[in-house]
Design a protein around this ligand. Structure first.
Ligand SMILES: Nc1ncnc2c1ncn2[C@@H]1O[C@H](COP(=O)(O)OP(=O)(O)O)[C@@H](O)[C@H]1O
Ligand SMILES: NC(=O)OP(=O)(O)O
Length: 312
């Protein structure tokens, strides 16, 4: 099957370790074992990854270094995050495939994604980025730096930025060519570098972070993929998540998903975009597969013994 695989934050960085390059590479090395399993099972995969924690830290590093060197703007930090994360996945996956005597080129493609400058996302920032802060730290940052901070799923406060919807993948043709030549392509990282189309058709970077699950869905439709595999920290989508009455779902129909979305079952900025992406993909054409599961359960989910399948 041709699969677009969206990798969540836990695939890139262990929550309990400092955010060093070495720690990131260590986590990525464990992640690529599961990706190599998919390839070894005969699937063709295209890899999309998140970048929320990483792009947030790059922006911070740039802001703190202002006295000595001019800060890079948000879109450039997005490009840096694609390069940095892509480099680690590419290196680790190449090594893992080599060990298994699978000879396929692995390549990271820097990708711009066009967004609408009038997107509602610019008026209502929702994408959490960078590190977590305490309530007191958050108040100081809000007052002194003008950041918008929100509580993030009981884990602390994080800066939130605009997250407009992905409209068009600029480098799509190149992705298609590489995929057709059986390259393993890492692309649309962090949802893509957000750009707008200026009046003269020129592209201009804009300060935002696109949701990688929605961008992965765009890519999966554009590549006419058979499946969209969204890999995160949980094995299944749940109702009443985190409550004593939590129920994990094996299947989620589009109709039920829409009802549960209205009921507020899926947290904004975390599970909600994943469910939306799955719903959009399976309704885009009959026969398409959308699964939300953990990295470890990816293989089982494809055989129908784990994960949550979104079905029309
Ligand atoms: N209804 C739900 N079912 C399962 N997990 C949920 C639900 N609502 C929120 N979550 C949380 O959302 C997380 C996935 O979102 P997030 O961590 O932002 O994703 P990513 O892996 O892409 O970084 C899960 O690990 C879980 O903690
Ligand atoms: N860009 C993006 O959606 O990143 P995360 O998955 O890390 O939030």
């Amino acid at each position: 099957m041709k699969l677009v695989v969206a990798l969540g934050g836990n695939a890139l960085q262990a929550a309990n370790k400092p955010a060093t390059a070495q720690a990131q590479l260590g986590t990525v090395k464990a992640t690529v074992v599961h990706l190599a399993d998919l390839i070894a099972s005969g699937h063709q995969i295209v890899i999309v990854h998140g970048n929320g924690p990483q792009v947030g830290r790059l922006v911070l590093q740039n802001e703190y270094a202002k006295p000595v060197t001019p800060p890079m703007p948000f879109d450039v930090c997005g490009a840096m995050s694609q390069g940095m994360i892509g480099y680690h996945i590419q290196q680790a996956l190449q090594e893992e495939l080599h060990k298994r005597h699978i000879h396929k080129p692995v390549v990271t493609l820097l990708t711009q994604v066009v967004v609408d400058p009038e997107d509602e996302g610019f008026r209502n920032p929702t994408k959490p980025i960078g590190p977590f802060y305490t309530k007191e730290e958050a108040e100081i940052l809000q007052n002194e730096q003008g950041y918008v901070l929100r509580e993030d799923a009981g884990r602390g406060y994080r800066r939130v930025v605009a997250s407009p919807a992905p409209k068009r993948i600029v480098e799509l043709e190149t992705v298609q060519k590489l995929v057709s030549q059986d390259h393993v392509v890492i692309t649309v990282g962090g949802g893509g570098i957000p750009v707008i189309e200026a009046e003269d058709q020129m592209l201009e970077g804009i300060a935002a972070v696109i949701d990688k699950d929605l961008a992965a869905e765009r890519l999966a439709e554009d590549l006419r993929a058979d499946g969209l595999l969204i890999l995160t920290a949980v094995e299944k989508v749940a109702l009443d998540y985190g409550k004593p009455e939590q129920r994990n779902l094996d299947r989620l129909t589009v109709e039920n998903a829409q009802q549960y979305i209205e009921d507020g079952q899926f947290a904004d900025g975390s599970m909600l975009p994943k469910v939306r992406a799955g719903v959009k993909f399976v309704t885009s054409q009959p026969g398409r597969l959308a699964i939300i599961t953990s990295l470890e359960k990816a293989g089982e989910a494809l055989t129908g013994t784990s994960g949550t399948r979104i079905v029309p």
